[in-house]
Design a protein around this ligand. Structure first.
Ligand SMILES: [Zn+2]
Length: 272
């Protein structure tokens, strides 16, 4: 599943390409991704809308229209947008075609069809209704509030980092990487993390995410950019999916454990 850097990479690609474009018409081949209303009203809402910007909130893609309204997309496992100038017959996983006024075609494909698309008259109202946690780059994500909130927490720190109410956008890959850089064992209880460690964790979270965005995300499964190129951050991972390989810092073999049905990778030498 794409995490924050992958969604950010996709959003930046879409924003660059789609700003100022107008949606002319839609062809819906499979309507399950449309989770709100019927396909006809979805199509009606979108036709004639001019795209002001494409932005990200948590792992959602927000298409802002001019003057108001928007489309909210969550790609889940395999949702994907591509842009093309030619009109070949739809591929097997192509679900929705957005015909643009410029003549280009924006294609939403989704192999497993877990992705979701919905339209709203107000994106602010949508966001209020979701009660999302703070963005990692916002001031609301800080050591003091983490320490205050988790000083009694019996939960382990790795699952805590995946809790989207505490912080949005961090998933399995980057949570393992952040904890490695902080020297914190993924099984450590939240209450055992000291204030200065939370400070480091906030800093390292931002560093890891920024580095990954710079490398256009991590292409481990089938993540692709809008231009179909892969990300490169998979070449810079220090523990994730490196079970048995020597730690880049101390040489001890990296271990894999399972926490809440998710794999966590860590170095038993460096992370306490
Ligand atoms: Zn180590």
């Amino acid at each position: 599943m794409p995490e924050l850097p992958e969604v950010e990479t996709i959003v930046r690609g879409l924003d660059q390409e789609l700003r100022g474009e107008t949606i002319d018409s839609l062809e819906i081949f499979r309507s399950d991704p449309i989770i709100q209303g019927d396909p006809e009203s979805f199509s009606e809402f979108l036709c004639g809308r001019k795209i002001k910007a494409v932005q990200r909130r948590a792992k959602f893609l927000l298409f802002h229209f001019e003057p108001v309204g928007g489309m909210v997309v969550h790609l889940r496992m395999t949702g994907k947008f591509t842009l093309t100038e030619t009109k070949d017959p739809p591929g097997p996983h192509e679900r929705i075609w957005f015909q643009l006024k410029s003549g280009r075609l924006l294609i939403y494909s989704d192999l497993r069809c877990f992705g979701t698309l919905e339209c709203h008259e107000s994106l602010d109202a949508w966001e209020d209704s979701k009660k999302l946690g703070p963005e990692p780059f916002s001031q609301d994500f800080n050591a003091k509030s983490l320490r205050k909130r988790l000083r009694e927490s019996q939960r382990e720190v790795k699952p805590l980092l995946l809790d989207q109410g505490l912080l949005v956008g961090l998933g399995n890959i980057y949570a393992s990487e952040v904890l490695f850089r902080c020297g914190i064992n993924p099984c450590r209880k939240g209450k055992r993390v000291k204030l200065r460690e939370w400070e480091k964790l906030v800093d390292e979270t931002r560093s890891v995410l920024n580095e990954a965005i710079e490398k256009n995300g991590t292409s481990i499964s089938d993540f692709r950019r809008v231009d179909e190129k892969t990300g490169e951050f998979q070449n810079f991972l220090r523990v994730y999916e490196r079970e048995g390989k020597p730690c880049v810092s101390c040489g001890m073999p990296v271990q894999r454990i399972v926490q809440q049905q998710r794999s966590s990778y860590f170095c038993p030498g460096c992370q306490v």
